[in-house]
Design a protein around this ligand. Structure first.
Ligand code: PXL
Length: 282
């Protein structure tokens, strides 16, 4: 069985980050190691969040793993607690470059704004960290911050996003997967671009009238699982989109969805059938 690592926070309440990535990766048949970057009482959209940063534990944990020669087939990083922590994870990524598939979801913001607690210094450092990724998975806000372009003047057509994907891929010279592209009111798309092969994947699905919490984290986890299992980029993106859509469909009538994420538990069987393939992206 392949072993993967997911590095992100535990938000006790709110169904995002580790609490969605772990079950998704497990159900996809991957031994899943976790590294919590922070412990939060809820995700940061709630008011008055309690947050305990785990920075001081991260180096000793990596150190121990190295001493035990623990290896991973892929490592994904999401929400981080501090710039200092980002530096430590970046060094760990550099140990694994070329040996494990390295994914970064540059979790910083949404809807054109940075999340609570993040600033220009964090953004600058995130851009540097992103150079380490084989696969970069930003939403539109994060893409705009990484490129230093205005969120309000993002393109209105597919060609415009292809151009931005090419620019973004100069950061990591690898794969970029841009989430949440809405070219019409009824459809939502993901655009993936592979800088070294020129492959472009544009995957569009029906847009449902709600935007619940944590779906970006679920999307990234499915991509990590699918690519680690050797699926082609196109199939990985399609699987991730279809799974997120299934999750949202099961949450449409839930009035608490804005805060508590999606009812992904009911959709998990959808992922059990996802088989192994033999494409490699390292
Ligand atoms: O879903 C992204 C995310 C992850 N972790 C924490 C968050 C957010 C988004 O707000 O607050 C703690």
């Amino acid at each position: 069985m392949k072993r993967v690592l997911t590095i992100q926070d535990i938000s006790c309440i709110g169904r995002c980050s580790l609490t969605v990535a772990l079950p998704v990766l497990s159900v996809m048949g991957l031994e899943t190691a976790v590294l919590p970057t922070a412990l939060l009482s809820t995700h940061t959209a709630f008011e008055g969040v309690y947050k305990k940063d785990m920075t001081e534990s991260i180096d000793p944990i990596f150190h121990h793993w190295n001493s035990q020669k623990i290896s991973f087939d892929s490592i994904a990083c999401g929400y981080l607690g501090s710039v200092e922590q980002m530096d430590i994870v970046r060094q760990y990524f550099s140990l694994w470059k070329g040996k494990a598939l390295l994914l970064i979801d540059p979790v910083m913001g949404d809807q054109g704004k940075l999340y609570a607690g993040f600033d220009e210094n964090y953004r600058r450092n995130m851009r540097i960290f992103c150079q380490s990724a084989d696969v970069l998975l930003p939403n539109l806000t994060e893409m705009a911050y990484l490129l230093g372009v205005d969120y309000r003047s993002l393109p209105k057509d597919r060609e415009g996003y292809e151009q931005l994907a090419r620019e973004l891929s100069r950061i990591n010279n690898g794969i970029v997967v841009i989430k949440g592209i809405s070219l019409t009111r009824t459809m939502i798309a993901v655009l993936a671009y592979h800088a070294r092969t020129g492959e472009i994947v544009f995957c569009e699905r029906e847009k449902l009238a709600v935007e619940p919490f944590g779906t970006g984290d679920i999307f990234a986890a499915v991509c990590q699982g699918a690519l680690t299992k050797g699926m082609e980029l196109k199939r990985a993106v399609e699987l991730a989109m279809d799974f997120v859509l299934e999750c949202i469909k099961r949450t449409m009538d839930d009035p608490k969805r804005r805060w508590y994420g999606v009812n992904f538990e009911e959709a998990l069987p959808f992922l059990i059938a996802s088989e192994n393939d033999s494409a490699y992206y390292i």
